[in-house]
Design a protein around this ligand. Structure first.
Ligand SMILES: *[C@@H]1O[C@H](CO)[C@@H](O)[C@H](O)[C@H]1NC(C)=O
Ligand SMILES: *[C@@H]1O[C@H](CO)[C@@H](O)[C@H](O)[C@H]1NC(C)=O
Ligand SMILES: *[C@@H]1O[C@H](CO)[C@@H](O)[C@H](O)[C@H]1NC(C)=O
Length: 163
């Protein structure tokens, strides 16, 4: 009974590494949740990405905060099943990459701790729990009709500090 209860509590632990709407726009840098490999398993971390925001001077976006995404390679957009949710199953990140939730929503679950991270529409995360650093990876369930962009880093990494 106690075990069941603690399992239940664990499985309800939602990660709120930082408040955001859905991306945390701090005064100088963007803050995102990152999926990393730790002790050969996936874990969550909060990263502040470099370089800091710039303020756009371009017509069309003037005055807005602009985040440089670094050099990318093989970027793509994923259109999940439109009528049924997609349970991606346990998988490591295919490559160190940005994941942008353009439409719909997802929930990431860590198999080792049961911790969950919600990915609302408009969210931006970094998935870096590749097979070399996380044997089992993480699970993601996507709502029907979700659309996500995967933007792999050309060099495999992006400068960041851990929050
Ligand atoms: C989407 O899910 C439905 C219901 O499970 C299934 O019948 C359909 O074949 C799926 N479509 C695609 C493109 O996989
Ligand atoms: C990670 O776990 C897998 C599966 O258990 C194992 O084959 C691999 O050697 C481990 N890697 C490290 C770096 O410990
Ligand atoms: C991802 O993790 C590896 C170590 O496993 C590290 O070398 C790399 O810099 C990280 N990627 C990013 C995007 O920082």
């Amino acid at each position: 009974m106690f075990r069941l209860l603690s399992l239940l509590i664990t499985s309800l632990t939602l990660v709120t590494a930082h408040s955001r709407s859905p991306v945390d726009l701090t005064p100088t840098h963007v803050r995102v949740n990152a999926l990393i490999g730790k002790h050969n398993a996936s874990a969550f971390q909060c990263w502040e990405v470099d370089p800091p925001f710039s303020i756009s001077a371009q017509p069309g976006t003037v005055g807005a905060k602009i985040q440089n995404l670094g050099d990318l390679k093989g970027a793509n957009v994923v259109f999940f099943n439109q009528t049924a949710s997609t349970n991606a199953g346990l998988h490591p990140a295919p490559a160190p990459q940005w994941v942008l939730v353009l439409s719909g929503k997802g929930v990431v679950t860590l198999p080792t701790t049961g911790q969950q991270l919600r990915l609302p529409q408009g969210d931006i995360i970094i998935a870096n729990d590749t097979a070399e650093v996380s044997a089992i990876g993480h699970n993601t369930v996507w709502a029907a009709g979700s659309v996500a962009a995967q933007l792999p880093f050309a060099s495999g990494s992006i400068p960041h500090t851990i929050e």
